[in-house]
Design a protein. Structure first.
Length: 155
C-alpha cells in the first residue's frame, strides 16, 4: 500500500508542476500570438519551450524526490531528449488540430497539451529522466551478479 500511496503522491505533485508549467506555456503563447502578433505555431513553440524549462526545474527540486543522488548533467541530458519529443508533439499537434478543426489555436493547444502531459511527459520523466543515471554501472553490476550466481550454481 505504501508504494501505491507514493505513486499517487508523486503523480499529484507532477500534475501540479505541469499546471505551473502550463500557465507559463499558455501565457507566453497568448502574449506572443495575440499581443505581439507572432504566428501561432511559433508562439506555441516558444510557450512549450518556456513551460518545459519551468517544468524541469520544479520536477527536479520538488516532484521526483529521489533525485538527491542523481547527477544534474545526466538528468538534464535525459530531460532534453524527452523535452524535444514533447515540444515536437505539442507544436505539431497544435498545428494539425488547429488546421483540421479551423478553430482558434488555443483550443487545440489545450487538447494536445493534456494528452502529451499524461501520455508522454509524465511517463517518460517518471520511468526514464528521474531514474538512476548510472545506467552503465548498474548494467555492469547486474552482469557481475549474474556471473557470480551462475558460477555458484555450477559448483
Amino acid at each position: 500500500m505504501g508504494k501505491l500511496r507514493h505513486e499517487i503522491w508523486t503523480f499529484s505533485k507532477a500534475q501540479f508542476s505541469a499546471q505551473i508549467a502550463t500557465i507559463a506555456d499558455f501565457s507566453i503563447s497568448m502574449v506572443l500570438a495575440e499581443l505581439i502578433g507572432i504566428y501561432y505555431v511559433w508562439a506555441s513553440f516558444s510557450g512549450a519551450l518556456s513551460g518545459g524549462i519551468v517544468n524541469c526545474i520544479v520536477n527536479y527540486r520538488w516532484v521526483f524526490d529521489d533525485t538527491q543522488e542523481l547527477k544534474k548533467r545526466a538528468i538534464a541530458l535525459k530531460y532534453a531528449i524527452v523535452w524535444t519529443g514533447s515540444i515536437l508533439l505539442n507544436t505539431a499537434g497544435t498545428y494539425v488540430l488547429t488546421e483540421l478543426s479551423g478553430q482558434y489555436f488555443i483550443f487545440a493547444k489545450i487538447v494536445v497539451a493534456v494528452s502529451v502531459a499524461l501520455l508522454w511527459n509524465y511517463q517518460l520523466q517518471r520511468l526514464f529522466v528521474y531514474r538512476d543515471t548510472h545506467i552503465v554501472e548498474t548494467i555492469k553490476q547486474r552482469r557481475k551478479k549474474r556471473k557470480k550466481n551462475k558460477h555458484k550454481k555450477e559448483k
